[in-house]
Design a protein around this ligand. Sequence first.
Ligand SMILES: O=C(O)C1=C[C@@H](OP(=O)(O)O)[C@@H](O)[C@H](O)C1
Ligand SMILES: C=C(OP(=O)(O)O)C(=O)O
Length: 433
Amino acid sequence: MGNLTATRPPQPWTAPTASDPVSASLRLPGSKSMTNRALVLSALATGPSTLAKPLRARDTELMAAGLRAMGAHVSIADDERWLLRPHRLVGPAHVDVGLAGTIMRFVPPVAGLADGQVTFDGDPAARTRPLGPLIEALRSLGVRIDTTGPGSLPLVVQGTGRVTGGEVVIDASASSQLVSGLLLAAPRFDRGLVVRHVGPPVPSAPHLRMTVRMLRAAGAAVDDSTTDVWVVEPGPLTGRGWEIEPDLSGAVPFFAAALVTGGEVTLQGWPRGSAQPVELLRPLLEQMGAEVALTTEGLTVRGGGRVHGLHADLSDVSELTPVLAALAMLADSPSVLTGVGHIRGHETDRLAALAREFTALGADVTEEPDGLQIRPRPLRGGMFRTYDDHRMAHAAAVVGLAVPGIELDDVACTSKTMPEFPALWSTMVTGKS
Ligand SMILES: O=C(O)C1=C[C@@H](OP(=O)(O)O)[C@@H](O)[C@H](O)C1
Ligand SMILES: C=C(OP(=O)(O)O)C(=O)O
C-alpha cells in the first residue's frame, strides 16, 4: 500500500542539477484520471471489470478504499491488473478523499445510490476545495446531504439506494470534475440526467470528453452535442477490461527536462487515439522549442537547447500550469499564461504558490487573477515549499535541473499521483538508480 495518510512526515529533497542533456525512455505510471473513472464506472456496473496498468498512488488507492467501504469488491494486489467486482452499495461507510478532487467530486453521487449513510472528509486542504455546486446539484436531485461548513467537506450523504435524477443546473466554472462526478453516476439514476452548466466557462474540457468517452465505453448513452449540456440516458453499465494509458500530465515534467537540458525523453506505451489531450500539449511544447514525435516506441520530446517563452490560454490543460510556468522561468523570452484562475482551487492556490516560491528564488513573476506573467531572469537556489502539491514539486524539480541548490521542503507530496517520482527523476538526471 502507498502512503494513504495525510500525516506522513515531510521528506526534504534537493532537486538534482543536470550536467548533461537527459536521454531517457520511460515507462510511466497509469493516468490518475482514467484509473479513478474506471474504478467508479466498474463499481456501478452489472458485472466484473479489470483495470490493466492502473495508477498505484494515493489518489487511486483512496478511491479503491472508498468504493470498497461502500461494498464493492476491489482487489489491487497485482500492480498490473486490478479487479473490481461490483456489489450492492451500502452504508454506513466512510470515504477519505485525501486531497483528491476526483474522489471528492466523483464519489458523493455514487453514495447517493448507496443504501445508508456515507461520510466524507479529507486532508485539511481538501476542505477548502470547491464542492458547493455539486452538493447543491445533488440536493436538487433529491439526495439528502448534511454539511457542517458552507458547501464543503466534511459531509454526510444519506443514501437511500436510489436517485431519481432528472435535470440539474450547475455552475461548474470552479472545476470540470463537478460535472464529471454527476455524469459518471447518472446512468444509474432512475430517470438518467440532464446537466446544464450556467456561468463562466468550464475549465479542463478534455477531462469532460474523457468522462463521456469512458461512459460510452461502459455502455452508457450520452449526448454532449450541445455546448454546456450533457444528457445521460438511464441504463446499465457493463463491466469490461479497461486499458489505462500512461499519465500524460505526470509525463510533462519529464518532457520538460528534455527541453531544459537539450535532451530527449520518450514516454513508452503511448496509444494512438489517446483519451488524454496530447494534441493540446504538443503545440505548447513546440512553441517552447521542443520537437514532439509519436513513433512506435512512444511519445518522444526533444529539446533544442533553448526554451522559449509561451503565450497561452491554459484553461483546457490547467493541471500543466505549474510545470509550464517552471519552463517559462528558464526561457529566453517572457511568458503570459492565462485562463487558469480556477487552479487557485487545486491542491493549493497554485497561482499564489508559484508566484511566491519562484519570487523567493529571484524570479520576476506577476500573479494575475487568472494566470501568471513571467519575465525570465537568473534564479538562485533556496528553499521551495510544495504545499502538499505534487505539481509544485514537479515545477521545482524542473527548475532545479538548471539552478543548483533548490531544496523542496517535502517531495513526498508526489505520492498523490506518482510515488516513484523522486527516484525516477534522479535516475533520469544522474543516470544512476
Ligand atoms: O477529471 C479529472 O480527472 C481532472 C480534471 C481537472 O480538474 P479541474 O477541472 O478542476 O481543473 C484536472 O485539473 C485534474 O487534475 C483531473
Ligand atoms: C488538480 C489536480 O488534481 P485533482 O484530481 O485532485 O483535482 C492535479 O492533479 O493537478
